[in-house]
Design a protein around this ligand. Structure first.
Ligand code: FES
Length: 166
């Protein structure tokens, strides 16, 4: 198996401690099971996105092949592989949200922020993305802003949410 050669010095002591807590949840020979948590922790450490260097550092820290880390990071939409805004807005456009008005939600957000899906505002404050079902169909239409879910959206509630963010 190819050895990971990432630089674990890129991981702050605080992040190491948090990853170690996750590793302790698994058998000693299964520390790779902490990879999803480690990706989330380093994404937070890095202002919301993961560089290749950070993913390589995770591979080295968890003693796993870098490709295995990339596979996880590219599979799930909660991991970002490019720089993004301070606030990440993920709008669900899957079937329940679509039937309940997600097209209007997207249109309102695009109009209000002056950007298209997949873009970041010029001031670096918001990144707007389209995602698959986030498991909150009962509250459709919904969006996730950073870690918070917002449901039964209307133009008015969307404006209030955006206005509350620094
Ligand atoms: S379809 Fe939008 S949360 Fe499930």
């Amino acid at each position: 198996m190819k050895q990971a050669r990432g630089n674990i010095d890129l991981i702050t002591p605080e992040s190491c401690a948090e990853i170690d807590r996750w590793i302790s949840n698994y058998p000693a020979d299964q520390k790779q099971s902490a990879v999803m948590a480690a990706l989330r922790i380093l994404q937070d450490q890095n202002g919301g996105w993961l560089s290749h260097e950070l993913m390589d550092a995770i591979a080295a820290y968890l003693d796993m092949p870098p490709i295995a880390v990339y596979e996880v990071a590219t599979f799930y939409s909660m991991y970002r592989l490019e720089p993004c805004g301070r606030h990440k807005i993920n709008v669900c456009t899957n079937i329940s949200c679509l039937l309940c008005g997600s097209e209007e939600v997207v249109a309102h957000l695009q109009e209000r922020l002056g950007i298209k899906l997949g873009e970041t505002t010029a001031d670096g404050k918001f990144t707007l993305s389209e995602v698959e079902c986030l498991g909150a169909c009962v509250g459709a239409p919904m969006m996730q802003v950073n870690r918070d879910y917002h449901e039964r959206l209307t133009p008015e509630t969307i404006d209030a949410i955006l206005d509350s963010l620094q």
